[in-house]
Design a protein around this ligand. Structure first.
Ligand SMILES: Nc1ncnc2c1ncn2[C@@H]1O[C@H](COP(=O)(O)OP(=O)(O)OP(=O)(O)O)[C@@H](O)[C@H]1O
Length: 455
């Protein structure tokens, strides 16, 4: 039998204390005794008992149990997780029920039967351990949430980024499912974490799955979990990320990578709000807020039959478009200075900033890899650069042929016009007059252009 842990026995009868001490000594890790309830607080602070065996009746009043209830209340005020087992010579069901309702764990009548007493203490100890474990896990979740929250400082003052921040602000009281769209490296992950930090589910779990990096065959077991023996390698049961994220937020990165059969399973679980682990017929209720992200053209995927429209409706209650870095104007410089500062500290370099020419070079570049590319370029420049200011020569852009093609497309007037119109329509939420105003043209001209471009 496992040791029962630390026990504090509180009873005004010294014979009882002596007998219990003797009886429990072989089974308990340590025992302390007190003859008056006013010593309980002292022992709780210094001895930190796992279980408190508490007499219900002290000298003031022999049978009502009132004094025991008052002590119980005081104990639970000090430690709401305390395990208190009442003892009384006057066992009656009413008092037992009252004791449990008041927060006691169990109740044993005096004189006690040894086996019954040990069984009660053992289950009390198990309860204490589970409560400790739950507390530990809660604390872990809190620490992890804080890490999730404050790892990244988010830089951005451009109108395009301010629009993103203001949408996040508006969403701060809601639980709506969010779809974050944006090119590679624009900061979708950073924005997902910001959304989480500004949400009512902050301090609850934030669980992520990068669907771009999980092999297709593992996706189901990662998301839904499995029972022991569900497949050859399932040596023990494991909760899926959806279950772990319950009451919190699940971030599905690269949702565009999800195969059609998996899309259908995800949809079912979102709609039914429960899941079944692989190899189990039991259902587990889930309550998660979904944040999804993709750099794919998800609407195009729907049109091509590669992404389920009904799933899209479920995940995109609100869409957030993260602008590419090239549309963020001076944010490029703010970010460059932010990374310069970070890497100068990391590599212990005395670098203070960028020359005007260097800033111009960064502003002119089209940043196909967005913030991630800027981050890498700054790191390299800091490592290889000399002097206190970084100069244009410190920045080498390795344009791939694909990037060059994208850059050329970026200069194509027709492409630019289409992008501007699409953006104006999005910002005006389809309102033609407002979109025309944003574009500085008449409503009629906008109609003609929409028709010409097939929009
Ligand atoms: N506004 C920002 N301020 C500071 N750092 C940023 C910002 N946006 C992105 N970053 C940094 O840039 C890098 C890329 O960002 P992130 O991983 O969030 O992009 P992503 O869009 O999720 O990329 P992918 O498409 O590859 O998944 C990260 O190191 C992130 O910390």
């Amino acid at each position: 039998m496992d040791k029962i842990g630390k026990i504090l026995i509180v009873d005004d009868n010294e014979d009882v204390l002596f007998a219990l001490n003797l009886l429990l000594e072989p089974y308990a890790e340590k025992i302390k005794v007190a003859t008056t309830p006013d010593r309980i607080e002292y022992f709780m602070n210094t001895f930190q008992p796992d279980i408190i065996l508490l007499d219900m009746n002290f000298s003031r009043d022999a049978i009502s149990g009132q004094e025991g209830f008052e002590s119980l209340e005081h104990i639970l005020e000090i430690d709401s997780q305390a395990v208190v087992i009442f003892m009384t010579a006057y066992a009656d069901t009413d008092k037992a029920v009252r004791a449990i309702k008041a927060g006691a764990t169990d109740f044993i009548p005096k004189p006690w039967e040894k086996e019954k007493l040990l069984a009660t203490l053992t289950s009390g100890m198990r309860l204490r351990q589970s409560r400790k474990e739950i507390n530990r896990l809660k604390e872990q979740v809190e620490v992890l949430s804080e890490q999730n929250a404050f790892d990244n400082e988010i830089i951005g003052e451009s109108p395009a980024m301010n629009e993103v921040f203001s949408t996040i602000q508006k969403l701060s009281e809601t639980d709506a499912n969010i779809l974050i769209l944006g090119e590679n490296g624009t900061g979708k992950d950073v924005i997902a974490r910001l959304l989480y930090c500004c949400s009512p589910r902050y301090n609850k779990p934030f669980v992520t799955i990068d669907l771009g990096s999980i092999p297709e065959q593992l996706f189901e077991s990662e998301l839904f979990g499995f029972e022991k023996g569900a497949f050859t390698d399932a040596k023990k049961s494991k909760a899926g990320r959806m279950e772990v994220a319950t009451n919190g937020t699940l971030f599905l990165d690269e949702i565009g990578n999800l195969s059609l059969p998996m899309q259908s399973k995800l949809l079912t679980s979102i709609e039914k709000r429960y899941i079944s682990r692989l190899g189990s017929t039991q259902t587990v209720p889930i309550d998660v807020r979904l944040i999804c992200a993709t750099n794919a053209d998800i609407r195009h995927m729907v049109e091509e039959g590669n992404f389920r429209q009904d799933l899209l409706y479920r995940i995109n209650t609100i869409e957030i478009h993260i602008p590419p870095l090239r549309d963020r104007g001076n944010d490029i410089i703010l970010l460059a200075e932010h990374f310069l500062d970070r890497y100068a500290r990391k590599y212990k370099k005395e670098m203070r900033g960028l020359t005007r020419e260097a800033k111009n070079k960064l502003l002119k570049y089209t940043w196909p890899g967005n913030v991630r590319e800027l981050q890498h370029i700054m790191e390299r420049a800091v490592i290889l650069g000399d002097g206190s200011l970084l100069k244009p020569d410190n920045f080498l852009f390795h344009n791939t042929s694909k990037q060059k093609k994208e850059e050329k497309e970026f200069l194509n007037l027709e492409v630019l016009e289409r992008q501007a119109i699409e953006k104006a329509m999005r910002l005006s939420e389809g309102n033609i007059s407002r979109a025309a105003e944003y574009l500085g043209i008449t409503r009629f001209a906008l109609y003609r252009k929409l028709e010409k471009l097939g929009l």
